[in-house]
Design a protein. Structure first.
Length: 86
C-alpha cells in the first residue's frame, strides 16, 4: 500500500490475522507506532484503525483470503487467492 499524504483508515476488522510491515514513513494504531522497518500484528476479528501523519508505504500480509468488516454485519471479500493472471 502506498499513501501519499496523511490518512486515516476507519475502524474495521479482518477474518484472518494480519501483519502490517512498514517500508517508509510511520503507521500508528491506537498508542502503537510503527516506523519504517517495524511490523504491527493484528489478530483476526479485532477491530482497529490506523493513521499516517505523512506519506507512507507498507505491506499487508494475511495467510489466506480475508473478509473485511467495516460496519458491523457488513463484510466483503477483500483478497482473492488462487486466481490466475489473465
Amino acid at each position: 500500500m502506498a499513501i501519499d499524504r496523511p490518512s486515516f483508515a476507519p475502524p474495521h476488522s479482518h477474518s484472518k490475522d494480519e501483519l502490517i510491515h512498514v517500508l517508509e514513513g510511520e503507521v500508528s494504531s491506537g498508542t502503537l507506532r510503527a516506523p519504517a522497518g517495524r511490523t504491527l500484528a493484528v489478530a483476526r476479528d479485532r477491530r482497529y484503525s490506523f493513521r499516517t501523519e505523512t506519506a507512507a508505504r507498507f505491506l499487508n500480509f494475511r495467510r489466506d483470503a480475508s473478509l473485511i468488516t467495516v460496519k458491523r454485519g457488513e463484510s466483503r471479500l477483500e483478497t482473492v487467492v488462487g486466481r490466475e493472471a489473465p
